[in-house]
Design a protein around this ligand. Structure first.
Ligand code: DAH
Length: 356
């Protein structure tokens, strides 16, 4: 018994890990372990022998079990110490700074415009950037021979040779979304459609891709007066100050009557200030939706009427945030984006005053 005791206490104290320790446990006190087998031999002993050997064997078994348990704890402690050594980190080290991206002024202004018109009861509609010539032109009362088609410097897509269908176009304005929305929703309707538009034009004030927001409101008795109120309300909310508007008679094929709208401004040292002074700046086209356009959208012009308008979003962003050059909007110059961009958590809301 002494040999057994020494043997196992030795082995246990030298066990390298929990696996080895478990092997020892099985070997010593497992069902077929050496000590367990010895205990089975008690049955063959005389009662006197058993009285001596029984308690001894039990004591040995207890001692081995305690040694196993103690070693197990010691091994776990050692393993934890080892891990902590490896996983130690210096929480006083300086962090690695990461550049945050910013929201592009065009996206910011789209959000602002959307927030204002949502407050006025308009919902947002969208349409494809690659349009059929029907939606982009014909349905808007711009027939094939109409000068407006030529004026718009349209990008046409390519058709396979022998395919004589009219080519699709990159939409030249957001107005086709009017037709698509009328078809989808019918009347009454109150929507805005912000989005990208394309024209083959490039100079200081024109880029081949730019942004517009279309507006459309149809009901039984909507008039130019409602248009004027809505636009004045919009500009005052957008610029955060009362803005006078001036309606000038104009012509668009899709509205009758039509008006171009200017906002009040002042030029100070080559910078424009909106809502002050005696100058005017043209910002949008608008009018009462032409009966033919209503018909093209599947709406009865004898029953419904209303206004539409189209605003240049990039122009609005330049005016509000004092950005001088339109082309820089689309240069993807990081320095420009960091300078004119907006923090991603600065979501414009009406109650928050729209922006910083
Ligand atoms: N689609 C016109 C353009 O791109 C803008 C416009 C004018 C839109 C009058 C309208 C409108 O809805 O009624 O130049």
């Amino acid at each position: 018994m002494d040999d057994l005791r020494h043997k196992y206490l030795d082995l246990i104290s030298n066990a390298a890990d929990e696996g080895a320790l478990e092997d020892l446990r099985v070997q010593a006190v497992g069902k077929k372990g050496e000590i367990s087998l010895k205990m089975r031999e008690l049955g063959k002993m005389t009662p006197e022998e058993r009285q001596v050997m029984g308690p001894k064997l039990n004591a040995l078994k207890d001692e081995i079990n305690s040694a196993l348990a103690a070693k197990k704890v010691a091994l776990a402690d050692a393993a934890l110490d080892e891990r902590l050594k490896g996983e130690w980190l210096d929480v006083t080290l300086a962090g690695r700074a990461r550049r945050q991206g910013t929201i592009h002024p065009v996206s910011q202004v789209m959000e602002e415009v959307t927030a204002i018109f949502a407050d006025l009861g308009f919902s947002v509609a969208e349409g494809p950037q690659i349009e059929t010539d029907w939606y982009n032109f014909d349905a808007l009362n711009i027939p094939g021979h109409h000068p407006a088609r030529a004026e718009m410097d349209t990008f046409y897509t390519h058709r396979a040779e022998g395919d004589n269908r009219p080519p699709h176009v990159l939409r030249t304005h957001t107005s086709p979304v009017q037709i698509r929305s009328m078809e989808k929703q019918g009347a009454p309707i109150r929507i805005i459609c912000p989005g990208r538009v394309y024209r083959a034009d490039y100079d200081q004030t024109h880029t081949p891709m730019f942004h517009q927001v279309e507006g459309l409101a149809l009901d039984k008795d909507i008039s130019m007066a409602n248009l004027k109120w809505v636009l004045e309300e919009f500009f005052s909310a957008f610029f955060g100050t009362h803005v006078e508007t001036r309606f000038r008679a104009s012509h668009f094929p899709f509205t009758e009557p039509s008006a171009e709208v200017d906002i009040q401004c002042e030029w100070v040292d080559g910078q424009v200030k909106v809502g002050e002074g005696n100058d005017w700046l043209e910002v949008l086209g608008s009018g009462m939706v032409h009966p033919k356009v209503l018909e093209a959208g599947g709406i009865d012009p004898n029953e419904w009427q209303g206004f539409a308008f189209g605003i240049g979003i990039d122009r609005l962003a330049m005016l509000k945030y004092g950005i001088p050059d339109l082309r820089a909007f689309f240069d993807s110059d990081l320095r420009w984006l960091r300078h004119y961009g907006f923090a991603s958590l600065d979501q414009p809301t009406l109650h928050g005053g729209l922006s910083r």
